[in-house]
Design a protein. Structure first.
Length: 779
DNA sequence: TTAGGTTTCG
């Protein structure tokens, strides 16, 4: 019998221990040694309630104190008892009983730092061949002590608005954002999780673990987590959670009504009625306070230029080159657009050949890049995946009749981009399997007849898309904002006429450039009429690094019109940063109204400041004044928008001219006004595109030169706003649907003007679209 | 240690 209750009479045990057992001292316990013939002895000072683990196994935790080593600093140890043995022990044991535990396994105790007990714990079970001998005193005297011994573990959970720097806490939260575990640049996997709770405070946690399984198993926004022993630190003025020793997590489905089954790798955890209630309460709160991700997008619903999470099964994989890797996946539906096929060597393609062939028109090729390659390589064929923030991109239609869609998982982990493996028990996987099986049963004949470049809705649900496109074929997708009384002119007539003239036309958009819409955004100087590319962040970064070499000049601090603060960074670089807050009426304004100037800041620091303050102007010190940086850098940042000045047309004036705006009754800090007082010729963000228009009589290329009117999207915000980028791409997909024949393209109504451009050799006629906007129900 | 949520532009 693995648990034996033995009597002690006058301090002596009636039954001796088996002779082969040798006593082991707590001081000499070590992980990894063979402890089959060893025992440890101690008095039971604490026992937790008998519990059931996730798999139904009984579990009991008992704390033993080593009576021979009462003086040593660490003289108590946790005993984790599993299965029937746990049940038996709980039945017979009493406070003060002496335990002899034999044939145990020694493991690191994750709670040692917190409970101050031995750095190892002992694990015992019948299956492992363990035995427990309990020496008990007279039942009469022990009975009264029983109550004091069964103490439920008291975990205190801290609300997110009560977190303090430097503490280790337990907490609950609803997942507002997460990065699925990815391989960090160090030795561990990393997962970033942002939580919220009913206090409405956010906490971003950075979790590391060398074991993928030990990180929280979060699958979607809205999941609920319970973290134990997470360390709280202050970082950049905000509380941050980070894994500490003994970190443990449980994850729950966030949907009200779903079974409350914790996902965890930990064999041992407490989970009782009180916890269950907390989850239910958080689910209810989340239901009205968090937008839980809806049903995941299927391949049949994809649109070009979207970021979405795809739940799918891996059918094949192949190496492509050093920085990219191919995954062939399917989800049982058919993408309504032609999709690309990534060429790879046949011998590099892993996966079942017959299946790959059979599903060739239902699988899509996903190219994953950079940091995702290593993880992608390790994926098992047949496993179920969720690919987060997968990008659908419309490929250039330059040389082809119809364009196609590409699937990219770009490098980096921004926006939670990554790959997660879902267990078969996941409800979404169960649903997916039903779908995949039904397609399998439909047989291969449907698929055989489906050529990859044909449209076939056998497995797709494209009703919405189709009806949308039908609408577009009837009504024009662009309308005039003026000149409605004019009648249409055929393109044939226009191209044979002299310029300059103005026309109303009805035409179809055959193709457009650039296909990569972000390339259409330029900066325009209305003074010299020059166009230039929008500088990239690297250039700005270099300028900032260059200007940070010169330390801020303290003599320029705290003037009549601004207050200054300066500090030195704690890192090796000892960088000096100064911020000058412009005053209004001798007072500092609210952050959201404040204009500040910064010296020595990095790109990231400046970016953070723009989130909180109205305007940020990067500056540097000279001997006697502050001045703007090189005009290749933005002279002003407001919200998401970087404002640039024309190098040719600007004559920078002293920054103190800003004080004239500050002196206004309500300084509005308009970019145009700031530019004016600083002698900057403000560059405007514009879309510049070339539309190839056809109408059956002829064709012409017309330029679109638009700040905001045509797309009803400000060009200044498109580069930093993904939502607007998608909106613009959707608009272009409606104006010029990928994969459609000319007959099926919608009509555009446009107003265009012709004009002459002369260069040294010849004169040419150009056309420009104006007074035209995308129809209201298309936007 | 790693990353510290702010998409690529292949």
């Amino acid at each position: 019998m693995p648990v034996q209750l033995l009597k002690i009479t006058e301090g002596q045990s009636e039954t001796p221990l088996p002779s082969h057992l040798q006593k082991k001292d707590l001081k000499h316990l070590e992980e990894g040694c063979d402890h089959a013939d060893k025992y440890i002895q101690g008095v039971a000072v604490l026992s937790y309630p008998l519990m059931k683990l996730g798999d139904g196994t009984d579990f009991l935790k008992v704390v033993l104190q080593d009576l021979d080593n009462l003086c040593s600093r660490i003289n108590s140890i946790n005993i984790l008892i599993y299965g029937k043995m746990a049940e038996d022990c709980a039945k017979v044991m009493r406070h003060g009983d002496i335990f002899v535990v034999a044939g145990f396994k020694v493991n690191n105790s994750p709670t040692a730092r917190e409970d101050g007990r031995h750095r190892c714990h002992l694990e015992v079970s019948e299956e492992a061949g363990s035995a427990i001998y309990i020496y008990t005193k007279s039942r009469k005297t022990a009975a009264s002590e029983t109550a004091s011994m069964f103490v439920a573990p008291k975990y205190v959970y801290t609300p997110l608005n009560h977190l303090k720097d430097g503490t280790i806490v337990n907490l609950y939260g609803v997942v507002k954002f997460f990065k699925p575990p990815y391989i960090s640049k160090g030795t561990d996997y990393c997962s970033v999780v942002t939580l919220v709770d009913p206090s409405n405070v956010k906490l971003t946690c950075t979790l590391f673990n060398g074991n993928l399984d030990s990180l929280p198993k979060i699958y979607k926004i809205g999941d609920i987590v319970r973290f134990h022993r997470i360390k709280i630190r202050e970082y950049n003025g905000q509380m941050q959670g980070i894994t500490s020793g003994g970190f443990a997590s449980l994850t729950f489905d966030g949907n009200a009504g779903a079974p409350i089954v914790p996902r965890t790798s930990s064999k041992v955890y407490t989970f009782m009625d009180e916890e269950q209630k907390t989850i239910e309460e958080l689910r209810l709160w989340a239901a009205s306070n968090i937008s839980i991700s809806g049903p995941a997008a299927k391949l049949s619903c994809v649109q070009p230029m979207l970021y979405f999470d795809l739940t799918c099964q891996l059918v094949g994989k192949a190496k492509v080159d050093g920085s990219s890797f191919l995954l062939k996946v399917w989800d049982g539906t058919k993408c309504p657009y032609p999709t690309w096929k990534v060429p790879v060597e046949a011998e590099d393609l892993e996966g079942e050949k017959a299946l790959l062939h059979q599903l060739r028109n239902l699988t899509v090729d996903i190219l994953v890049y950079d940091n995702h390659v290593q993880l992608a390589k390790s994926l098992k064929i047949g496993s179920f995946l969720r690919i987060y923030s997968l990008h659908t991109k419309q490929a250039s239609a330059d040389s082809e009749d119809v364009s196609h869609i590409e699937f990219h998982l770009h490098g980096g982990t921004g926006y939670g981009r990554g790959i997660g493996v879902l267990p078969e028990s996941n409800p979404d996987v169960k649903e997916l399997k039903v779908c995949l099986e039904s397609v399998d049963q439909a047989g291969s004949q449907n698929m055989e007849s489906t050529a990859s470049l044909e449209f076939d809705d056998t497995f797709s649900n494209v009703t919405d898309l189709e009806s949308h496109l039908q609408r577009c074929q009837q009504l024009p997708v662009t309308v005039l904002t003026d000149h409605q009384d004019l009648s249409n002119t055929e393109l044939k007539t226009i191209v044979s006429s002299t310029a300059p003239q103005q026309y109303r036309i009805r035409a179809k958009l055959r193709t457009y450039k650039p296909q990569k819409l972000h390339q259409s955004v330029k900066l325009h100087c209305s003074k010299c009429n020059s166009l230039q590319e929008v500088p990239d962040a690297d250039g700005f970064d270099l300028i900032l690094q260059g200007s940070a070499i010169t330390a801020p000049n303290p003599e320029l601090h705290n003037t009549s019109w601004y207050d200054s603060v300066m500090w030195t960074t704690q890192d090796q670089k000892q960088r000096k940063i100064a911020i000058h807050f412009v005053k209004h009426d001798e007072m500092l304004q609210q952050p959201e109204d404040t204009l500040l100037m910064i010296e020595g800041g990095t790109l990231k620091e400046i970016w953070k400041l723009t989130k909180r303050f109205n305007c940020v102007i990067p500056v540097r010190s000279t001997e006697d004044d502050l001045e703007l940086l090189d005009l290749s850098a933005p002279f002003l940042l407001q919200g998401n928008v970087k404002y640039y000045g024309c190098k040719q047309c600007s004559t920078p004036k002293p920054l103190r001219n800003l004080s004239s705006i500050a002196a206004e009754q309500r300084p509005s800090w308009e970019p145009a006004e700031i530019a004016q007082v600083l002698g900057i010729e403000l560059l405007q963000y514009v879309f510049v595109m070339k539309f190839t228009l056809v109408d059956g009589t002829g064709a012409l290329n017309a330029y679109l030169f638009d700040h905001e009117k045509f797309f009803q999207i400000p060009a200044s915000e498109i580069l930093t706003n993904n939502f607007l980028q998608e909106k613009m791409q959707m608009t272009m997909n409606t104006l010029c649907p990928p994969g459609k024949k000319l007959d099926d393209l919608p009509w555009l109504e446009c107003f265009i003007k012709s004009y002459n451009v002369r260069d040294a050799i010849k004169q040419q006629v150009y056309y420009q679209i104006f007074d035209t906007t995308v129809a209201e129900d298309v936007v």
